[in-house]
Write a protein that binds this ligand. Structure first.
Ligand code: HEC
Length: 276
């Protein structure tokens, strides 16, 4: 019976999720159905545990690392940057909505005026430039990385809440979805080949995290020390399949993030965590 359901899912629903159709919520429900099959009995709220999802030992080790994070210094560095006044005298808190608290789960936002996505990182650079500073590189660990490792924590506990509410927004969502299902690189694999089809299952000898639950905890500190923003993590996976990665902060990765984050709507944010 279970086999039949799974075959049904792939034959009927995979083409739906991969073809052009205009229902973000339908796509999200499709992902949830696949993971329900891959991870029977596991609550959706536990998907945030990613590749540790099936191992009580790994989760216990994770929580004990999180009690005294070896990367606390990076978060402190971010806090210092956050609190240092910009050349105009204003601080980041002065120019971010709600002083930067409980907002990260709304980003990326589709901006109807510019018809572009605005990521949380772009919001920070915008604030910086408007107040006499020079924009940070999206992949600089010591500036944008550390700063967001702190600033995103100000939204810990809020639910991911990405909105796709206009034709323009839908186009960006569609671009991200197309990217997610496109086979790339020498290995000819799509993000979906691993994080949808194998989400919660083994692929070769690695347990693969499900797509839902991934974007809520970035940046991560791999091996407890090396900071990866979400875009930098995307780049590593693109390299792993033999593809040339898009730049951090590019429109391509913003669209991918928009689609990918939407899938986690409703899950609580918890930035700056340990990952293997
Ligand atoms: C060959 C399989 C494979 C493909 C294809 C792949 N990844 Fe991954 N990805 C992994 C593995 C293995 C890890 C590390 C274990 C884990 O967290 O799943 C990982 C980790 C991640 C993480 C970090 C998860 C976390 O909780 O820290 C993100 C985000 C991610 N991948 C996104 C993507 C995106 C986006 C694509 C498409 C551009 C992609 N991956 C393509 C195998 C893959």
């Amino acid at each position: 019976m279970k086999k039949i359901i799974i075959i049904f899912l792939y034959l009927i629903l995979f083409p739906v999720a991969t073809s052009n159709q205009e229902d973000p919520e339908g796509v999200r429900q499709f992902f949830l159905k696949v993971f329900e099959n891959n991870l029977p009995g596991v609550a959706v709220s536990d998907y945030v545990n990613g590749a540790m999802i099936r191992s009580a030992d790994a989760l216990e080790q994770f929580e004990s690392i999180m009690d005294f994070p070896p990367f606390q210094g990076d978060i402190e560095l971010g806090k210092a940057i956050w609190e240092t006044p910009l050349p105009s005298g204003a601080t980041y808190a002065d120019c971010l909505p709600n002083r930067g608290v409980n907002i990260a789960g709304h980003y990326p936002i589709f901006d109807e005026q510019s018809k572009k996505l605005i990521s949380f990182e772009m919001l920070i650079n915008d604030c910086l430039e408007k107040n006499g500073g020079v924009a940070y590189s999206f992949d600089d660990r010591k500036t944008m990385g550390a700063l967001t490792a702190y600033a995103r924590k100000l939204s810990d506990g809020m639910s991911m809440d990405i909105k796709v509410e206009s034709e323009g927004a839908l186009q960006k969502f569609e671009a991200g979805r197309a990217f997610y299902f496109k086979r790339i690189g020498q290995h000819n694999l799509a993000c979906a080949s691993c994080h949808l089809t194998h989400g919660g299952k083994y692929f070769r000898d690695e347990l693969i995290s499900p797509a839902i639950g991934q974007p809520v905890h970035f940046p991560v500190f791999r091996a407890g020390e090396r900071l990866y923003t979400l875009h930098m993590r995307y780049q590593r996976c693109m390299e792993a399949v033999g593809a040339v990665p898009f730049a951090a902060g590019s429109e391509e990765l913003n669209s991918l993030e928009y689609f990918h984050s939407y899938l986690s709507n409703g899950l609580p944010l918890r930035a700056s965590v340990y990952r293997r």
